[in-house]
Design a binder for this molecule. Structure first.
Ligand SMILES: C[S@@+](CC[C@H](N)C(=O)[O-])C[C@H]1O[C@@H](n2cnc3c(N)ncnc32)[C@H](O)[C@@H]1O
Length: 253
């Protein structure tokens, strides 16, 4: 179903820093910052059109990890439901909702760590957010309908992304906004090749994920726009993953 990586100490520390780390905690001095920081926040602020939201808009963050985008959505939406398959991530996201902060060890090198604190911005109403464990490919049927659904860097971590996408028409209200971001890192460890949405040749044609998304979603969604969103995940003081996700935004017909 999903790789165990997202239950590990390493993943927890990397994602707490990724979602909540300050520039000084994340980056070496002098490294250019603005383009790569606060990815979960930018998924919301650069992709969701707040002017289109109805009063009391409901939002869903699928594959929420430790919840930074879920909290960000709560500035405009209530309730916001964050769902992740990792028990560990959902437990810590719940702790952040309850307490507003969480202390963790941030890796310097090898086993050496230093203490860091993930803090939810104090101007966000944490009561608007709820976290639960769930499988994005088989969601509980009584979730209701949403005005925003965010799927940030999720589809290429699912064993059957098409199954997840097929549930979306039933999850969004007409006019609702769907945001999908992904670096399209298709790997057989997560997704058997026959379920990849792109990154292969078929009948001599190069299949790109964005085109497959258009094919799958177009009966129920209008394509709105796409843009690049870069991100940086710190593994340790001297090793980083730099990625450029493609964000695509869709409106439920
Ligand atoms: C690459 S991380 C992205 C996390 C977060 N959205 C972000 O942008 O930082 C992928 C997330 O998807 C979660 N995930 C993997 N398979 C899942 C599934 N079947 N249902 C729900 N979440 C899943 C993982 O636990 C992990 O938190």
């Amino acid at each position: 179903m999903t790789c165990n990586f997202y239950e590990t100490d390493r993943a927890l520390s990397e994602y707490l820093l990724f979602h909540y780390g300050s520039p000084d905690e994340l980056l070496p001095e002098g490294f250019p910052r603005e383009m790569v920081l606060h990815f979960p926040v930018r998924c919301v602020t650069e992709c969701v059109d707040m002017k289109r939201l109805p009063p009391q808009a409901r939002a869903l963050d699928l594959g929420c990890a430790v919840g930074r985008a879920t909290f960000e959505l709560a500035r405009w939406c209530s309730p916001v439901i964050g769902i992740d398959f990792s028990e560990r991530f959902v437990t810590i996201a719940g702790h952040l909702k309850k307490n507003g902060s969480f202390l963790f060890g941030c890796v310097e090198e090898g086993d050496l760590t230093h203490p860091c604190q993930a803090v939810v911005p104090s101007d966000i109403d944490r009561e608007r957010v709820q976290f639960e464990r769930g499988d994005a490919m088989s969601l509980r049927r009584d979730l209701g309908k949403f005005d925003v659904v965010l799927m940030a860097n999720l589809i290429d971590r699912l064993s059957d992304p098409r199954k997840c996408l097929q549930q979306l028409p039933g999850l969004l209200n007409p006019g609702g906004q769907l945001v999908i971001t992904s670096p399209y890192t298709w790997m057989t460890e997560y997704t058997p090749k026959e379920n990849w949405l792109g990154g292969f040749e078929r009948d001599g044609n190069r299949v790109k994920t964005i085109n497959m998304l258009k094919e799958i979603l177009s009966p129920n969604f209008d394509f709105c726009f796409q843009k690049n969103l870069s991100f940086l995940i710190r593994e340790h003081a001297r090793k980083f993953q730099l990625g450029i996700s493609e964000a695509s935004v869709w409106i439920r017909k």
